[in-house]
Design a protein around this ligand. Structure first.
Ligand SMILES: O=c1[nH]cnc2c1ncn2[C@H]1C[C@H](O)[C@@H](CO)O1
Ligand SMILES: [Zn+2]
Length: 331
């Protein structure tokens, strides 16, 4: 299989986890932000999470450096453009990028400016390359909740104009969904689709809750349904798509090793699995690498891959027109 050439879809990719190291250096210079080194290898080493990360919280410390230079409209526009460019150059045909608008207000930008900037960068890349995309707004669970509805309101102006969905990201505590019921409902009522990080670090019950309490149509990771029968059956019954991110799941110890990742078993049991990057820089990966890893470790044939590509297209939050165009690549 020619992994680079195959058409690909990435439904789970964080903007702040996918910044080019050289761009952090360039932006720090432009913005007068102090960073620990101006050597690209040093900066990359600070941005990539080690294989030996003890847990998700340690992994999440890698986001502070890129976020420090993602505080202006031009920086957000550039980083968004570059992410779509990097993806397009490895034949990603559709990319849903998520980010937390709450993290980008340190220099006084408002949510509308923040969201408009990343959408503008995406549009510039779409005009230049054979790629389409949409944004997902991730609420950061460790931050105060008082501005969540403001994020939802600002994003609502971009619904179906570059923004499609609502997500909850960051550390995962058991039972976290209960606190977010009113916010997810507010987003749903405004017309957002819902995908929630759950069952990554935490328990399978979180996946059950994300679907039944928050209205999630897709789940970020969802690994731990493998030891929670009700969650597993609900994922199947509701045809919820799982956004697997193999390398990231190994790094954060969501799985002990790639060999024990349940993606292959889930796929063979008929669950709707998709293959994604999570964080291109923090996990030092690409869709090409994740695809190769999945094919080799889970013994997937090219036909299996095309089925997974089709699952990704059908469960994306793209318009019907874009979905149809994505299916044409696998003819
Ligand atoms: O894999 C993840 N699980 C939970 N949260 C994550 C993961 N990768 C990135 N994040 C967080 C850190 C980012 O700052 C935030 C928004 O992209 O989302
Ligand atoms: Zn994620």
């Amino acid at each position: 299989m020619n992994y680079l050439q195959l058409p690909k879809i990435d439904l789970h990719c964080h903007l702040d986890g996918s910044v080019r190291p050289q761009t952090v250096i360039d932006l720090a210079k432009i913005q007068g932000v102090s960073i620990p080194s101006h050597n690209v290898d040093d900066i990359k080493a600070l941005m990539v999470a080690p294989e030996s990360c003890p847990n998700l919280d340690e992994y999440l410390t890698r986001f502070a450096l890129p976020v420090s230079v993602m505080q202006t409209e031009s920086a957000l526009e550039r980083i968004s453009f570059e992410l779509f460019e990097d993806a397009a150059l490895e034949n990603v045909k559709y990319l849903e990028v998520r980010f937390g608008p709450q993290l980008h207000r340190k220099q006084g930008l408002n949510f509308e400016q923040i969201i408009a900037s990343v959408v503008k960068g995406m549009r510039r890349a779409e005009a230049l390359y054979d790629i389409k995309g949409n944004y997902i707004l991730s609420i950061i669970k460790v931050l105060p909740k008082d501005d969540i509805n403001e994020v939802i309101d600002a994003g609502a102006k971009f619904l179906d104009k570059g923004v499609v969905a609502f997500d909850l990201a960051a550390s995962e505590e058991p039972g976290f969904c209960h606190e977010y019921i009113p916010y997810a409902k507010y987003a749903l009522d405004k017309g957002y689709r819902i995908t929630i990080h759950a069952g990554e670090q935490g328990v399978g019950q979180n996946v059950y809750d994300a679907i039944s309490l928050l209205g999630a149509e897709r789940i970020g990771h969802g690994i731990h349904i493998n030891n929670h029968k009700d969650a597993y059956e609900l994922v199947r019954a509701e045809a919820v798509a799982l956004e697997a991110c193999p390398s990231s799941n190994v790094q954060t110890k969501a799985v002990e090793s790639i060999e024990s990742h349940p993606l292959g078993e889930f796929y063979r049991d008929g669950l709707l699995v998709t293959i994604n990057t999570d964080n291109r820089t923090v996990s030092d990966t690409t869709m090409t690498k994740e695809l190769q890893l999945a094919v080799e470790k889970f013994n997937l044939s090219e036909q299996d891959y095309f089925k997974i590509y089709k699952i990704s297209a059908e469960n994306s939050f793209a318009s019907n027109e874009v979905k149809q165009s994505l299916l044409k690549y696998i003819g």
